[in-house]
Design a protein around this ligand. Sequence first.
Ligand SMILES: [Mn+2]
Length: 325
Amino acid sequence: MTYKFAKEFTEIKREFEKAKKILLVAHQRPDSDTVGSVFVLREFLRNNFGKKADAACPDSFPEHLADIFEGSEFLSSSEIDVSLYDLIVGCDAVERGFEKIVSRKEKNQKIILIDHHPHLEMKKVRPDIVVSDENYSAVCEILFDFFDFHRIEITKKMATYLLTGILGDTGIFQHANTTPRVMEIAASLMKKGAPLSKIIQLSFKSKKLETLKLWGRALERAEMNEKAGVIMSYITKEDLEELGATSEDISSVAEILNTVSEAKFSLVLAEREDNRIKGSLRSEWYKNVDVSEIARNLRGGGHRLASGFEITGRLVKKKEGISIE
Ligand SMILES: [Mn+2]
């Protein structure tokens, strides 16, 4: 097998060997892929290289992944002194919060970014090594290649973390990014002991009652705009407060709406703290829409079939529907 990133993989391993203290950074509102990639690297660096490696994130560890990642926690942004680390690795959607944690690079610091989102751009920090390719389904898939390239033994725990990331970003092998290679990797991770059905059950299928109630509200409100081909809904801050739900509970609504066959794509607007509104866009490959274009026009980003953006404002209910003010 040939590896597109053979050069980078070699350089990254060299940096891992040289570094004394390594900081691994996950993105805001962490998902399975960013969590899987950060913790598989932490596991590998601690066990194989005996390194001091810490995981950090602007947000706290996602509750629904707690059983898979047994007791793993993130250092919060306020607890860490970034200058103490000589190597910093950003994993997945690095534009989402990486520069909040790493606002500038120290003299003797190296920065590595591993990502699979298109149009990767850092404004403040200049990375030393970048591995970024949107043809990969997940950063966990890239890391599988990294371990494979270096013939590094993948333990059962590492296999479990990697498979969790891949399952997350492929929507349990349902999205268009599920390639034959993804299935081969998944099979290989299962052979190493990753418990496929247990991961699916624990991290994707078990839902809280509040989550279902929140979905109920959003689905009830869904409206189809035939002209634009979009199916839309929204969630307010009051919904979250009344139902005791969190913004983590919102993420699947756009996907469910997108199953309506007449819709070319779905859009869900959800109010967040600080007068912000988050928009989630979803489509399917056969619908021939690139939702990342819409997201980019609103200074957001993401993939062709799954993107998001954030705008300032509040959702206001009016007779003719919802509007942003
Ligand atoms: Mn990802």
